[in-house]
Ligand binder design. Structure first.
Ligand code: SF4
Ligand code: SF4
Length: 417
């Protein structure tokens, strides 16, 4: 259990609660409307917005990131975010403030794009791939596909110099198309990609995962193929695209803490604030058991460090024996807690365990080499002696690499291409 005071440095905010102008089949958040049965339209008031920003900036150190999500956060209208940035300026003197914005892109127009660029918002745009993949589950309320509008939004954001990541859900259909999805985003100019494997409980049978969930057996080959594509695009040891899961794993190989909470030892490093100021433990645990308090009565920093949030955090390190014995525990940490609970047949083991094992087995040798090269470039370790690296001493392709990485020469400094 974490026994120091966790700093308040990021918040995930749901200003329009679970409300959305789309009806994607795999959405996990729309059902959260049942938490607020008296309210039909969920909107954060100016009073709650001010309370939130004031608390966040008074209780954080120098850095604070606000991540606006939903539901669909554009439903608040642009003036809400104009007010938010004005409040950030009022209360945040001396702070380095970041804003993230996760959107389905439907309402984004030129005025939004100009605003997002002016205030340097980092946008996460939900776009699953080419039309047949994206429209498979990402439908409008009238059942029509959303792909044309969302790809227009992607172009508008990129043309307007808005920093934009693609958020890509891997489901039972899209898992068959790793190369098509990767090349599509790359060609569009979305070089930063975040892949999100989908697993939810079946509405009709809580004893199994929903049919749109991706299986571990299919996710494993998907990740390996994606990794090959990512690796093939390296130039001079530097990746040309960013895939958040791979980037996060790379952090582990260079002995740094990964940015992705799923790879950390414990959860509970951030909290979620709903439209009415209610505070919850995590985006995937906005439910009565994990309600920590409300910002109109409680301090955010106290809720982040509350016994309830500590308890939530420690769920992650309560691992089954398979994980404790696993050679990949140091990388995987059992994965995301919600992925251990959505399909009871998994017996609290991660739904994607076999996929992760397959992927780590496959990618390990390459990550070791990339990490070694990175450490040499950073000056953390010495390069191999010149007479060896220049091939003056004859080294067989299958010999141990003279740089000391423990890899074969052909997989390390002697790698071609
Ligand atoms: S449950 Fe998953 S998403 Fe939530 S904090 Fe833990 S690892 Fe992160
Ligand atoms: S790969 Fe599977 S067994 Fe190993 S730590 Fe991850 S979830 Fe646990």
């Amino acid at each position: 259990m974490i026994d120091y005071v966790k700093p308040l440095d990021s918040l995930l905010i749901k200003p329009a609660g679970p409300d959305c102008n789309m009806a994607c089949s795999y959405c996990f958040y729309y059902e959260k409307a049942s938490l607020f049965p008296q309210i039909k339209k969920h909107r954060m008031s100016e009073d709650t917005l001010e309370c939130l920003i004031k608390q966040a900036l008074q209780q954080s150190n120098r850095q604070m990131t606000f991540s606006w999500q939903g539901g669909e956060p554009t439903l608040m209208g642009l003036d809400f975010y104009r007010k938010a940035t004005q409040l950030q300026q009022n209360y945040g003197r001396g702070h380095v403030i970041g804003n993230g914005f996760q959107t389905n892109g439907i309402l984004i127009d030129n005025a939004w794009a100009q605003f997002l660029r002016s205030y340097q918002f980092l946008v996460g745009l939900s776009l699953d791939g080419p039309r047949h993949i994206h429209d498979y589950y990402r439908k409008m309320r009238d059942g029509k596909g959303s792909w044309s509008k969302v790809t227009d939004t992607a172009r508008l954001l990129l043309d307007s110099d808005v920093s934009t990541n693609a958020l890509i859900v891997i489901n039972d259909y899209s898992v068959n198309y790793p190369a098509e999805i990767y090349e599509f985003h790359k060609d569009l100019g979305l070089a930063h990609m975040q892949f999100i494997p989908c697993v939810e409980t079946d509405d009709h049978n809580p004893g199994i995962a929903a049919p749109f969930s991706v299986s571990s057996d299919k996710l494993g080959p998907f990740l390996c193929r994606l990794f090959d594509l990512w690796l093939a695009d390296f130039s001079g040891g530097i990746p040309a695209t960013s895939i958040r899961f791979f980037d996060s794993i790379f952090y582990r190989y260079v002995d740094m803490l990964p940015p992705e909470c799923t790879l950390l030892e414990e959860c509970g490093v951030y909290v979620v604030v709903e439209h009415n100021g209610d505070v919850y433990s995590c985006d995937f645990f906005v439910e009565p058991d994990w309600k920590l308090g409300n910002i109109h009565q409680d301090r955010l920093i106290d809720l982040l460090n509350s016994p309830r949030q500590q308890k939530f955090g420690s769920l992650k390190s309560d691992l089954p024996q398979e994980c404790k014995n696993c050679r990949w525990l140091g990388m995987c940490r059992g994965g995301c807690v919600k992925d251990r609970l959505r399909d009871p047949r998994d017996n609290k083991l991660n739904h994607f365990c076999r996929a992760y094992q397959m992927f780590f087995d496959y990618a390990d040798v390459h990550f070791k080499r990339i990490a070694r090269e990175w450490k040499i470039r950073q000056g953390f370790v010495s390069p191999p002696p010149p007479e060896q690296s220049q091939g003056k001493a004859k080294i067989g392709r299958n010999d141990p690499c003279p740089c000391g990485s423990g890899l074969k020469f052909k997989n390390c400094c002697g790698r071609q291409g």
